[in-house]
Write a protein that binds this ligand. Structure first.
Ligand SMILES: [Zn+2]
Length: 242
């Protein structure tokens, strides 16, 4: 019996299972099969209870602020009285749920991203090469997060490189990094020019590149993302260098 959170994917899976059970439960209606499966898996009487639980979960992320609704989970601002806006939010929210399940994180919201970027630029002005390196990584992380947010919103996060792989592609165009630090990072993460166009920091939606997307890359990316973001956040709160 699962009492865990309900995702959009769970609801879709149950609907599919109810459809597939038609052959073995021919006397039940689709709704009755759906209710039976929901009862067996989640201990609820009706499938509708799971839908309500899901809706409540989504709503718990939404703040109403000065007339506009804002979802903290998928960083989306919308008008909660407009059906088109509600639909747009629910579609985006589902994509972010999917991405979180697969990636282990959701891209940072705009404000957090900008904070990490500002801190990164501050660190790069330090005379200490280690702090400069950390600063370069923080700015690159803010670019990665924006690029990933666009990929998630477009439903193509699975075609987006992980952070460590993104670094290799982003370094050539990263002229904002002191050259010695840029070279040092290129040695650590590789240097793969020619995919991200000059002047852009977004992973191109049409990039015809075979990405590694390996499990070690995923784990290393999560760790690096977490440590850079955490250091930037701590520094921003204390306004000190790492
Ligand atoms: Zn949302």
């Amino acid at each position: 019996m699962k009492m865990s959170t309900i995702t959009w994917a769970d609801l879709a899976r149950l609907k599919k299972a109810a459809k597939a059970a038609k052959a073995i439960l021919p006397d039940l209606t689709h709704m009755q099969r759906l209710n039976a499966i929901a009862a067996a898996e989640y201990g609820v009487r009706h499938f509708h209870e799971l839908e309500k639980r899901y809706d409540a979960q989504v709503a718990s992320h939404v703040d109403v602020d000065g007339g506009a609704d804002h979802c903290r989970f998928c960083s989306f601002t919308f008008d909660g009285t407009l059906p088109a806006d509600i639909k747009a939010h629910s579609e985006r929210h589902q994509l972010f749920e999917e991405a979180q399940a697969a990636l282990g994180f959701v891209p940072m919201p705009y404000k957090e991203r900008e904070q990490v970027k500002r801190t990164g630029y501050e660190w790069m002005r330090s005379p200490d090469p280690g702090t400069q390196r950390q600063g370069a990584l923080a700015v690159l992380l803010s670019h990665f997060e924006r690029s990933m947010e666009r990929a998630v919103d477009g439903g193509r996060w699975h075609k987006h490189p992980y952070f460590v792989e993104y670094l290799a592609y982003a370094l050539l165009g990263a002229g904002f990094i002191p050259e010695s630090i840029r070279q040092r990072l290129a040695k650590e993460y590789g240097d793969k020019p020619g995919v991200i166009p000059a002047g852009s920091t977004d992973w191109p939606s049409q990039a015809a590149i075979k990405l590694s997307r390996s499990a070690p890359d995923a784990a290393a990316s999560l760790r690096l993302r977490e440590s850079v973001a955490q250091a930037a956040k701590t520094a921003a709160e204390a306004s000190i260098a790492p």
